[in-house]
Design a protein around this ligand. Structure first.
Ligand code: NAI
Ligand code: MG
Length: 362
């Protein structure tokens, strides 16, 4: 099969961590005979410096064509003074918008060796494996009307509107159900149907889609505030959580912290499926360009490597290879290798490259 991958390293530590993915790709080709058609291009500040725009039209067009896009991180102090529309982040936002990436996948996976890094008790997080699916292109962050208006009495009023349509709910719920089938087959849908009309619709649409097309998946509904509590009380009760943009923003950040470090967290954003079931997809670590450590060769490459593993699983149907990568990460951590961000007493502090080396040896 032709597997096309567009790599956009971006700024700061982006190129440093992406170099390790490059090595993994070479390794897969040599050792496993799995070939990728890789192209590399600029995004963010790097694209601003070369082209005067954070995402060149040709790069945008290429992103629409490939099976998957893998992005490092964008931004940094060099471009902080630019007006908002010209900032590095706009490159990423343009990709998300034009590819219509409406489903944001944020796994919260607890690596055995890092159990102690969690703020929770080991028995609560060990073996944890949750997937949060956050609706990314609708809801209160985008709803109209919005703005700040002045009232007759001189007060100001800030307005945002939470809106969801049937199709917006259906398409993100379908992603969650499909994912669940490849996992533990359980979906928890979170909203606030007790106080929000959009939540009433959300619950009804998710239930109806379930009954029609995904009756084999176990579905439950939970109020989002309760979900926030349950994530800390007993997170292992969850398999896939599907929720709207606002609640998903909060719940995914909360879940992330159950598992330790920013340098370990991958993500994926998926768009609509084509006739063959293939979805447009962008994979990226949750962390940013970390200008404070850029160029020092200490960045943790694992979040980006795990993002590539998600691409293997979701865009290239290489679940076995993805399992292999994730197992290698577990093993490397078990041997005691730590980049500075996940350093623990008694462990060996290693550079970005040595972490990459060790991974390939597993
Ligand atoms: P950040 O995620 O870049 O860094 C936060 C802290 O975590 C820093 O101390 C950093 O050194 C550390 N860190 C992050 N990733 C790490 C890794 N892989 N290994 C070791 N340590 C790591 O967030 P911050 O500082 O708020 O933003 C820095 C720049 O990144 C800004 O220009 C911001 O706009 C941009 N940014 C870009 C994102 C993206 O490209 N998706 C997301 C978040 C921020
Ligand atoms: Mg957030």
């Amino acid at each position: 099969a032709n597997r096309s991958l567009l790599i956009l390293p971006g700024d700061g530590i982006g190129p440093e961590v992406m170099a390790q993915v490059g090595r993994v790709i070479d390794w897969m080709e040599r050792r496993r005979g799995v070939r990728f058609e890789v192209t590399e291009d600029l995004v963010g500040g790097a694209a601003i410096d070369k082209h005067g725009t954070p995402l060149h039209d040709d790069t945008m067009a290429a992103a629409q064509e490939v099976d998957a896009v893998l992005l490092g991180a964008v931004g940094g102090p060099k471009w902080d003074e630019l007006p908002f529309e010209q900032k590095p982040e706009r490159g990423l936002l343009r990709l998300r918008k034009e590819m219509d990436l409406f489903a944001n996948l944020r796994p919260a996976l607890c690596f055995d060796a890092l159990v102690e890094a969690s703020t929770l008790k080991p028995e609560i997080v060990s073996g944890l494996d949750i997937m949060i699916v956050r609706e990314l292109t609708g809801g209160v962050y985008f709803g109209e009307p919005r703005g700040v208006e002045t009232l007759p009495d001189g007060q100001e009023r800030g307005i945002n509107t939470q809106v969801y349509t049937t199709s917006e709910i259906e398409r993100v719920a379908a992603v969650a159900f499909e994912l669940a089938r490849k996992r533990q087959n359980r979906v928890t849908s979170c909203e606030k149907a007790n106080v929000m009309e959009s939540g009433v619709l959300w619950r009804r649409v998710v239930q109806k889609l379930h009954d029609a097309d995904f009756a084999d998946v176990e579905l439950s509904h939970m109020y989002a505030d309760n979900a926030a509590m349950q994530l800390v009380r007993n997170p292992k009760q969850f398999d896939v959580i599907v929720t709207d943009n606002l609640f998903g923003d909060i719940l995914s950040d909360e879940a992330a912290m159950l598992t330790g470090s920013l340098g370990m967290l991958p993500s994926a954003s998926l768009g609509a499926a084509d006739a063959t079931g293939r979805r447009k997809a962008l994979f990226e670590p949750v962390h940013g360009s970390a200008p404070d450590i850029a160029g020092k060769r200490v960045a943790n490459p694992l979040a980006t490597i795990l993002s590539f593993a998600m691409a293997l699983r979701y865009s290239f149907d290489l679940g076995e290879e993805a399992d292999l990568m994730e197992a290698a990460v577990q093993k490397v951590l078990a041997t005691g290798m730590r980049t500075a961000d996940i350093m623990q007493a008694g462990k060996a502090k290693v550079s970005t490259d040595v972490m990459g080396d060790s991974l390939l040896m597993e």
